[in-house]
Design a protein around this ligand. Structure first.
Ligand code: 4AD
Ligand code: MG
Length: 431
């Protein structure tokens, strides 16, 4: 008899038929010659009962000694049972231990630190199982959206000889005797790929050597970056809004159980609608002053400010047109106001803050060179990037989305590390 997924035993026509399943033991208890196992595979969990006089003394004794997370295979018949959590149980006719296992070291009362040290095992717990699945659905929904929008997936490098978003937050490495960097953004490469393809994206790992221990910073995160030719700031916001609404609605539709398990009612996502509020930097200062923040023109909008701006919001907001000095060298100056750049941050509501950073890019060679020099970096290193402005430069804009930042808001996670199986933070490099 071939092995079937556990979910098969819940099919209407599975009642009183024989099935062969295998999986990991979630719970086990025996009394008076009957063994009760809760068995899990990737498709679900099923109650199994095994009687000593049916499966035989030797098999029964072996099964009795299986630890939590040990592995067994069972052949038996599916019955209705109102005492089982999902109304079905499998009565074993034969049971075989595939891996008895040692006592499983994780249980729920342990400290967060202990659970992080055992992350290779914690990934089996319900929350992380749901999170990993939700993330997969999110990535699929993002890719499907971008496909429909005719944005081409491309593969920029991670290793490079210059630090695009500023040297201080780049991990450096010894590249055969020369300095090398781990990528913080694929943006500059996407801009190069823009000329032949016009609409490009990449989904790659970005690295930030930020020592700050905050609940929203990882040193390694998944970065979705999109670059669009012939796009201005309004076009960029319109694109981002459509993308976010599309994937949030898809998550509500495809992953309602995972969402509920992680603390988000799917309807809250399904009901989200545009247009998202748009707030200029200058207006955000007024709002912050009204909330007793000591801010002035040029103040960076940090975690506390973002929290204050979004605590009461239910949908993401666009924060636009920041002062030039607090943003990156490649951002386009606002045509009507030389003090600001055509930049947009998307802030997640409910206090979560920045999930996307984007802008229109400076296309003029002279202005770009000037801004690059003023930013204090070694202009030589950016020679290839400046070339892009020499040969067929067109108006364009793009953005980067932090996938774990988005998930943190969606799942109302306290810490961003809860959104990824093996988080990397200043304090954690293993497992
Ligand atoms: O705002 P950032 O630094 O923008 C860029 O890197 C642009 N070059 C992107 C582009 O236009 N192609 O980063 C983009 C996003 C942030 O909004 C945030 O969501 C995420 O990346 N991010 C982080 N996520 C987790 N941990 C960190 N340390 C992050 N730093 C940025
Ligand atoms: Mg940013």
């Amino acid at each position: 008899m071939s092995v079937v997924p556990i979910s098969r035993s819940y099919a209407p026509d599975a009642l009183e038929t024989r099935v062969h399943v295998r999986g990991w033991v979630l719970r086990s208890r025996s009394s008076g010659g009957i063994l009760f196992l809760l068995l899990r595979d990737r498709t679900g969990a099923l109650q199994v009962t095994a009687k000593r006089d049916v499966v035989g003394e030797e098999a029964f004794r072996a099964a009795e000694h299986v630890q939590v997370e040990g592995v067994v295979e069972v052949e038996g018949t599916v019955y209705a049972d109102h005492r089982a959590s999902r109304g079905r149980e499998l009565r074993a006719e034969s049971i075989r231990v595939l891996a008895a296992g040692e006592p499983f070291p994780l249980w729920s009362e342990q400290t967060e630190e202990f659970r992080l040290d055992h992350r290779h095992l914690t990934v089996r717990t319900q929350e992380l199982v749901a999170m990993v699945r939700l993330k997969a659905t999110l990535l699929r929904a993002l890719r499907e959206f971008l496909d429909r929008e005719e944005v081409l997936e491309t593969t920029p490098p991670i290793l490079s000889g210059n630090a695009a978003e500023g040297g201080t937050e780049a991990f450096t490495l010894d590249y055969f005797g020369r300095p090398g960097y781990l990528g913080q953004t694929a943006q500059l490469y996407l801009e190069a790929l823009l000329a032949p393809h016009e609409r490009v994206y990449s989904l790659t790992t970005s690295f930030r050597a930020e020592k700050s221990r905050t609940p929203r910073h990882l040193t390694e995160y998944l970065h979705l970056e999109v670059e669009l030719a012939w796009c201005d700031l309004d076009g960029l916001m319109e694109f981002i809004e459509r993308m976010l609404l599309d994937v949030l609605h898809e998550l509500a539709r495809r992953s309602p159980e995972e969402l509920r398990q992680l603390g988000r009612e799917p309807a809250e996502l399904a009901e989200l609608a545009g247009p998202f509020p748009r707030l200029g930097y200058a207006d955000s200062l007024e709002r912050l002053k009204a909330k007793q923040f000591d801010v002035h023109w040029g103040t960076d909008i940090g975690t506390a400010e973002e929290r204050a701006l979004t605590l009461e919001e239910r949908a993401p907001i666009f924060l636009t047109r920041f002062p030039k000095e607090i943003k990156a060298f490649y951002m386009l100056e606002t045509p009507t106001d030389p003090r600001t750049v055509e930049a947009v941050d998307v802030l997640a509501p409910e206090g979560y803050g920045e999930i996307i950073g984007g802008s229109c890019r400076e296309t003029d060679l002279e202005r770009l060179t000037h801004r690059l020099t003023a930013s204090g970096v070694n202009v030589e290193e950016y020679a290839w990037y400046l070339d892009l402005r020499r040969y067929g430069s067109v108006p364009h804009a793009g953005f980067g989305l932090g996938v774990e930042r988005l998930l943190r808001w969606i799942t109302r996670s306290e810490h961003i590390r809860d959104t990824t199986p093996f988080p990397r933070t200043p304090a954690r490099l293993t497992p």
